[in-house]
Design a protein around this ligand. Structure first.
Ligand SMILES: *[C@@H]1O[C@H](CO)[C@@H](O)[C@H](O)[C@H]1NC(C)=O
Ligand SMILES: *[C@@H]1O[C@H](CO)[C@@H](O)[C@H](O)[C@H]1NC(C)=O
Ligand SMILES: *[C@@H]1O[C@H](CO)[C@@H](O)[C@H](O)[C@H]1NC(C)=O
Ligand SMILES: *[C@@H]1O[C@H](CO)[C@@H](O)[C@H](O)[C@H]1NC(C)=O
Ligand SMILES: *[C@@H]1O[C@H](CO)[C@@H](O)[C@H](O)[C@H]1NC(C)=O
Ligand SMILES: *[C@@H]1O[C@H](CO)[C@@H](O)[C@H](O)[C@H]1NC(C)=O
Ligand SMILES: *[C@@H]1O[C@H](CO)[C@@H](O)[C@H](O)[C@H]1NC(C)=O
Ligand SMILES: *[C@@H]1O[C@H](CO)[C@@H](O)[C@H](O)[C@H]1NC(C)=O
Length: 301
């Protein structure tokens, strides 16, 4: 209890420190703010009631990628020599950090100095794949089964998220976050909070994020060991015209409805990546490289 309270207090202090930090586009965020309802608790309050009210579907598989035949590059684009949210994210995405091993997709994050597209020096390399303009879907269930890096590698920031497919969005190329951003899960390794979090970002005008703080977290306790994210778990969102519900291992812990947010009505594409957070000093060199390993990706209608 005391430990949990201390951890919660730390999280709030951290949030206050972090509120000043800002970034540049999608996944712009601060973490663990007091505005987050019941920080660290899954399915509390409104979420718990909404989770209970969900109508579970009989889903039909529309995409299955278990990487048994390698990476299907007609579906997945591997980003090469690409930055994201520069200069706040200190990783350079390279294709060499993305590969298939033992039937799983591996995104490797390493500490190494490399030169980026504009001649800038980066201290980390990592992997990013997405299905932009290649595979996208409006509504359904989107799920991955993945193992995440060791939380001692502080700042390491794996995610599975969905963004509006530019050419099929209305309007075309809709700006962030007007078209929405579905963060199926994110995880930031750190000493304070051992939890993944699900968030939906949206806003009325370009750059105006109505949810600058994460949605809800999983699991409820601030202690390591309640869920070991280095083991394989499934992370999913179920999204329809009016509702978005987020799951870890089929347990609902966060819901957004059309009463609270503007639920997107356009097709979204898939992104798998591992960033490095600028607001935590990275863990010791000895921990690197670290791996975000995706056993499979599935989508259903
Ligand atoms: C969307 O999902 C919610 C929650 O399960 C359900 O109540 C609602 O009927 C669904 N809407 C449609 C159009 O299927
Ligand atoms: C779900 O789909 C299966 C296969 O199409 C069908 O046999 C089953 O009756 C469906 N169940 C419900 C509840 O619709
Ligand atoms: C892997 O996915 C393919 C579809 O892409 C499917 O046909 C196959 O059964 C899957 N294999 C396993 C072991 O799940
Ligand atoms: C590879 O991806 C393309 C585009 O999504 C798809 O049409 C094709 O069936 C995939 N191939 C395999 C072997 O899954
Ligand atoms: C593949 O799996 C084997 C057995 O678990 C393991 O020893 C090996 O390191 C793995 N290979 C890679 C490239 O991860
Ligand atoms: C990235 O692109 C720049 C400009 O072409 C090049 O100088 C640099 O070596 C590239 N970096 C890597 C790691 O490939
Ligand atoms: C990279 O690390 C060096 C120290 O090794 C530091 O001086 C430099 O500011 C770092 N660069 C970035 C972009 O963080
Ligand atoms: C997730 O992947 C792991 C490793 O392949 C497997 O043991 C586990 O059963 C999978 N979980 C689900 C729900 O498929």
């Amino acid at each position: 209890m005391a430990a949990a309270m201390t951890a919660r207090w730390c999280a709030v202090v951290l949030a206050v420190l972090l509120v000043a930090a800002s970034c540049c586009d999608a996944r712009q965020r601060q973490l663990w703010g007091p505005a987050v309802k019941a920080v660290g608790e899954k399915g509390v309050g409104n979420d718990a009631d909404l989770c209970k009210s969900l109508v579970r579907r009989n889903w039909t598989l529309t995409l299955e990628d278990n990487f048994s035949e390698g990476l299907n590059t007609s579906r997945w684009e591997v980003r090469q020599n690409q930055t994201h949210c520069e200069p706040c994210e200190p990783q350079l995405y390279l294709s060499k950090n993305v590969y298939v091993a033992n039937g799983s997709l591996v995104l490797k994050t390493d500490r190494e100095r490399v030169v980026g597209p504009g001649g800038q020096v980066f201290n980390f390399t990592s992997g990013w794949v997405d299905t932009k303009e290649r595979w996208y879907q409006r509504f359904g269930r989107f799920e991955i089964n993945a193992s995440l890096p060791d939380r001692r590698s502080t700042g390491i920031w794996p995610a599975f998220w969905l963004m509006p497919n530019p050419s099929t969005a209305s309007p075309v190329d809709v700006c962030w976050p007007v078209g929405g951003e579905i963060d199926v899960f994110e995880y930031t390794a750190n000493p304070f909070v051992d939890a993944v979090f699900a968030t939906f970002r949206w806003g009325p005008s370009c750059g105006d994020d109505k949810q600058p703080l994460p949605g809800s977290m999983y699991p409820p306790e601030f202690r390591a060991g309640s869920v070991d994210f280095t083991e394989f778990h499934t992370y999913a969102v179920e999204w329809n015209e009016t509702t978005m519900a987020f799951f870890v291992d089929d347990e609902c812990y966060h819901v957004k409805t059309a009463n609270e947010v503007s639920i997107p009505q356009d097709p979204f594409y898939l992104i798998l990546d591992t960033a490095v957070a600028w607001y935590f000093p990275p863990g010791p060199d000895a921990l690197y490289p670290v791996y975000h390993v995706i056993d499979y990706v599935r989508a259903y209608k």
